[in-house]
Design a protein. Structure first.
Length: 481
């Protein structure tokens, strides 16, 4: 269980930023002067305990909302501008973005494709897409028509690029605050789905839904059991009092927009298309590179293929690698509408397909073992083995990393009496954070692993510990106390 966390104190700290203290931060000075009172929202990052990149293939995932979170304040203003500022929690540095409110209805920011190109064209403003994108999505998907400008402030302590979904935390907090300011009612699932659209269409990252669902629907000290078909919450699995989950940052920056993640995602959808063809499932070409499959067998999800059926029918027919041109020539495209198959690129079809199928089985088994009582040593060892298998499967797909391998190895070789049980790479892989399963009270042992890792690599890793509620459970608050 996590240590007590005072969200009241954190809210008070964030409210103090709204007063814009006298500091050398031009981006904040006068931000809320003349603004009408608005709303404040909060959303946590997440630790991917099991499931990871199999979410887009329909897998069950187990996600823990972490203690670190993003805070967003939104207010309306007579000036017809959208002004966004972001500041670190210590108010030491800030960035700002500004655009006319009209640009979101009839200008460059009015369409997903043009907005995505606009934000990606300049590295100095890419960060703003996660926040400004929430306004665009609410206008396009929920009919929001703001007649006044907006002032928005973000402060987040979810570390960026470490595989704990800082982007989803920002999107969900911003979406919650904007919607609450305008009186729009969003249920927790809709909130997450709209934020995924921000990431896919405005940011341009081909992520699944688990990050936004955890930031929105997560509960403190519980694992969100999410069946990504597309977003069915199967339950909130209480973390038993005798174990804890931690995260250790490898120091290798993770980006979901990176080539490795996208390549494996495309490969998994290619594998699904090829399996469907073997099964004789009808496919219709919708546009170049994209098809629809009438799938009454697997419901459109690769995760619904069982490991035994895969081994018996499909393992020997899928190529280890296949270039995009050969695939498109034969199959016409995939069912994924957020990625593009590149003709001159090679994709790891067999390993990506196998990962999705076996990971779904591993996650379901993990959840059942975690719920079983008593949790004897044998069950704990089985939980650990499932995590190690998942880690190895990431590497087989090409999403491994020397640094995360080292962290997992340090946990694996720790003496049993230290309380360390299992570990695996998380999220999109290729760096980022390693999740650690340990007996309750093993924080010191986790820190020793972090220290040993620091000695070998020169990087002093951040250790994630504790949990907090998601945005829907936390709600929104006014500016005043």
């Amino acid at each position: 269980m996590s240590d007590p966390l005072s969200l009241t104190d954190e809210l008070a700290d964030f409210r103090r930023l709204l007063a814009v203290p006298e500091r050398e931060l031009p981006a904040l000075r006068g931000l809320f002067d003349g603004a009408e009172l608005g709303r404040i929202a909060r959303a946590p990052g997440r630790l991917d305990v099991m499931g990871g990149i199999a979410d887009y293939s329909g897998s069950l995932v187990l996600e823990l909302p972490i203690r670190e979170a993003a805070w967003v304040a939104v207010a309306t203003h007579a000036e017809p501008l959208v002004r966004i500022a972001t500041v670190d929690k210590g108010a030491r540095q800030a960035r700002s973005f500004e655009a006319p409110i009209a640009a979101f209805s009839e200008g460059v920011l009015a369409e997903y494709e043009s907005a995505c190109a606009y934000f990606r064209a300049d590295p100095a403003r890419r960060w703003a897409a996660y926040i400004a994108g929430t306004l665009l999505v609410l206008m396009r998907e929920r009919g929001l028509r703001p007649t006044r400008g907006l002032r928005i402030l973000l402060a987040s302590d979810v570390p960026e690029g470490k595989g704990v979904s800082s982007s989803a935390a920002i999107e969900v907090a911003a979406m919650q605050a904007v919607a609450a300011t305008f009186g729009l009612q969003l249920d927790e699932v809709e909130l997450a789905e709209l934020c995924q659209r921000v990431e896919n269409r405005v940011v341009g990252a081909p992520c699944g839904l688990m990050d936004q669902m955890t930031a929105s629907c997560g509960r403190e000290d519980k694992l969100l059991e999410l069946l990504c078909q597309p977003s069915r919450i199967q339950g909130q699995l209480t973390v038993p009092e005798d174990i804890e989950f931690f995260g250790i940052d490898s120091g290798v920056r993770h980006q979901v927009t990176g080539a490795d993640y996208g390549q494996v995602r495309v490969a998994a959808f290619m594998g699904y298309r090829m399996l469907a063809d073997v099964c004789g499932l009808p496919a219709t070409v919708l546009e170049a590179g994209r098809v629809r499959i009438d799938d009454t067998r697997y419901g459109g999800y690769l995760a619904n293929v069982t490991p035994s059926e895969y081994a018996r029918r499909f393992r020997n027919i899928l190529p280890a690698a296949l270039d995009g041109r050969a695939f498109l020539d034969r199959y016409g495209g995939s069912t994924d509408d957020v990625t593009r198959i590149e003709s001159d690129r090679s994709y790891p079809v067999a390993s990506a397909t196998e990962h999705a199928i076996f990971e779904h089985f591993r996650v379901r088994t993990f959840a059942e073992l975690l719920s079983a009582t008593p949790r004897n040593l044998r069950r704990l060892e089985q939980l650990a083995e499932l995590m190690y298998q998942s880690h190895a499967s990431y590497s087989a797909c090409g999403l491994g990393c020397h640094h995360t391998d080292l962290l997992v190895e340090l946990v694996q070789r720790a003496p049993r009496e230290t309380g360390l049980l299992g570990a695996k790479i998380t999220g999109g892989g290729s760096g980022g954070t390693v999740a650690v399963l340990a007996r309750a009270g093993a924080r010191a042992a986790v820190q020793r692993v972090a220290d040993e890792y620091g000695t070998e690599t020169g990087h002093s890793p951040y250790v994630f510990a504790g949990s907090s509620p998601g945005a829907a459970e936390y709600g929104s608050h006014s500016f005043d106390s």
